[in-house]
Design a protein around this ligand. Structure first.
Ligand SMILES: NC(=O)c1ccc[n+]([C@@H]2O[C@H](COP(=O)([O-])OP(=O)(O)OC[C@H]3O[C@@H](n4cnc5c(N)ncnc54)[C@H](O)[C@@H]3O)[C@@H](O)[C@H]2O)c1
Length: 325
């Protein structure tokens, strides 16, 4: 079993490769090789049984992507993308990377007769736009209101059509916002969802730029990795023609997140959150989906945390050796 991971140096990509190495097998076959590709350099060590190689390049270059599928990997995880803020700020780059990069991959696969890999594609709940129902169900239409959401929605449509034609066997995953994101605070508008938990758990202050009644749909990095592996294992016939699935998550208010932080780490942690409204971020977040019902994905065996405490514990275990500050 040969695996290709695009976006391998990213937050989920790195964790996905680590989990694949722990599992050692996928779709009932031993993994022999994993190749990770990203626009930035990355390194993950091979194990005794799995050869891991990494290379750097740009998915917007067709010849580069074509070379990546030359040895016909059995499963391709496509996570390479620029994130929403950058895609909104740089319209041309967003389409070049997120849309054309995705099509480059699909076309490179098509170019090889008789080659039908499983492709698992990272989509996003940004494919949906307001006005929203109380909970967005599996029948809600795609009405993205950002360039990033539009690029992800185009990827979903291509994936469904190329799969319908039998060119590959694709599954698209609309990921919830993944929280708690490890690393340093970033400038993404959604960054505060992670910052207000991650920083206090390391004894550091964090700023909350929106009101506590903001509700959003979230899952841990651990669950996100689980979604990709489960999608790779699924029988495509069971999924049927609707190839893009809204992943399970937890709808919780920011106030509920802070309460969970207090219950896990005490008020010494939650008191490190400074409430300082940023009208720009508050305005962006006001148009984001709040809640979903992910019935189709759940019926296909995808699962995620049922409480925000569980999301915090996943972060403590995976990033902080289980230790509280
Ligand atoms: N993290 C989330 O909350 C979330 C939510 C919804 C969807 N997603 C999607 O899931 C995927 C992975 O998310 P993540 O949080 O790991 O993001 P990330 O930004 O950490 O990783 C994405 C990776 O793609 C790489 N990349 C960017 N442009 C590239 C290019 N031109 N060629 C090759 N590689 C390129 C980046 O260098 C980065 O390492 C992305 O497609 C993202 O859009 C993430």
């Amino acid at each position: 079993m040969k695996i290709l991971v695009l976006g391998a140096a990213g937050m989920i990509g790195r964790k996905l490769i680590e989990r694949l190495l722990q599992h050692g097998s996928l779709r009932g076959q031993a993994i022999s090789k994993i190749h990770g590709f990203d626009v930035v350099e990355g390194a993950i060590a091979s194990t005794d049984s799995v050869e891991v190689t990494m290379s750097a390049g740009n998915i917007s270059e067709p010849t580069v992507v074509d070379a990546l599928v030359e040895d016909q990997p059995d499963v391709i995880f496509h996570l390479a993308a620029i994130v929403s803020g950058e895609a909104e700020a740089d319209f041309e780059k967003g389409y070049r990377v997120n849309m054309r990069g995705t099509q480059n991959l699909f076309d490179a696969v098509i170019a090889r007769t008789g080659y039908v890999p499983r492709i698992v594609y990272a989509s996003s709940i940004a494919v949906f736009g307001a006005p929203f129902p109380e909970a967005i169900d599996d029948d809600f239409h795609l009405t993205p209101l950002t360039s990033y959401g539009t690029q992800k929605a185009i990827g979903e449509l291509l994936l469904a059509d190329y799969s319908r034609k039998g060119h590959f066997d694709g599954i698209g995953l609309r990921l919830p916002t993944v929280v708690v994101r490890p690393g340093k605070p970033n400038l993404a508008a959604s960054g505060f969802f992670s910052n207000i938990i991650r920083e206090p758990l390391s004894g550091l202050p964090a700023v909350l730029p929106v009101s506590e009644d903001v509700m959003h749909w979230m899952a841990s990095p651990r669950s996100a990795v689980g979604f990709f592996i489960h999608a790779a294992e699924l029988d495509g016939d069971v999924v049927g023609p609707r190839r893009n699935l809204t992943m399970p998550g937890l709808a919780i208010t920011v106030g509920g997140m802070i309460e969970a932080l207090r219950s896990v780490a005490g008020s010494k942690a939650s008191d490190l959150i400074e409430h300082k409204t940023d009208p720009t971020i508050a305005g962006i977040v006001a148009n984001w989906p709040r809640n979903f019902s992910a019935d189709r994905a759940e019926s296909l065996g995808f699962s995620s945390e049922k409480s925000f405490e569980a999301i915090i514990h996943a972060h403590l275990e995976d990033e902080l050796d289980g230790k509280l500050p």
